[in-house]
Ligand binder design. Structure first.
Ligand code: XMP
Ligand code: MG
Length: 179
């Protein structure tokens, strides 16, 4: 895969150090609370797994898959639930774990949807923030890194379903995206 990579933006070590920090902070903030982590599939799967291992609390986990109508790289704001949660979040402290906030449209839909189910609180933990294309006014509570307005892959994030298994965040060469 290396021959397709233009530049590594965040190394494996940088990712793991930051996730350890986030895990410690979340452990402190949710001590004694009934925390449920909600992973937004598939992009957040690597982040969720590593983050959960760094949170020293008896938390639970659930998974949700959503798709936004529109082209693969442009979010439309109309979101369809492909896979819903298996469990109720009523009365629970919900932490949404996301891979990246770009326009913010997906997450603003998800936030309203989850809030309507009667949780005690809903907060957001995003690995990446791409603020340049923001359309919805989204306030997150935990963030890993800010990235420039480029299409990034790796560590869960894909291009055409590939590159999710890279242990770092990178940008692919132009010829790969245009193929
Ligand atoms: P919005 O725009 O609604 O979209 O905040 C968030 C979702 O869009 C995808 N996305 C990306 N996926 N590299 C990716 O692999 C990117 O640079 C990128 N930017 C947005 C992603 O699925 C995210 O959850
Ligand atoms: Mg996603």
């Amino acid at each position: 895969m290396e021959q397709n990579i233009k530049q590594v933006l965040i190394t494996e070590e940088e990712l793991q150090n930051k996730i350890k920090e986030l895990g410690e902070q979340i452990t402190e903030d949710y001590k004694g609370k009934d925390l449920i982590l909600i992973c937004v599939l598939k992009g957040a799967v690597m982040f969720m797994a590593d983050l959960a291992k760094n949170i020293d609390l008896p938390l639970t986990m659930d998974f949700m898959a959503v798709s936004s109508y529109g082209s693969s790289t442009e979010s439309s704001g109309v979101v369809k639930i492909i896979k819903d949660l298996d469990t109720s979040i009523e009365g629970k402290e919900v932490l949404i774990v996301e891979d990246i906030i770009d326009t913010g449209l997906t997450l603003s839909y998800l936030l309203e949807n989850l809030k309507s189910r009667g949780p005690k609180s809903v907060k957001i933990c995003t690995l990446l923030d791409k603020p340049e294309r923001r359309k919805a006014d989204i306030k997150y509570d935990y963030k890993g890194f800010t990235v420039p307005d480029e299409f990034v892959v790796g560590y869960g994030l894909d291009f055409d379903e590939k590159y999710r298994n890279l242990p770092y965040i990178c940008v692919l060469k132009e010829e790969v995206y245009s193929k």
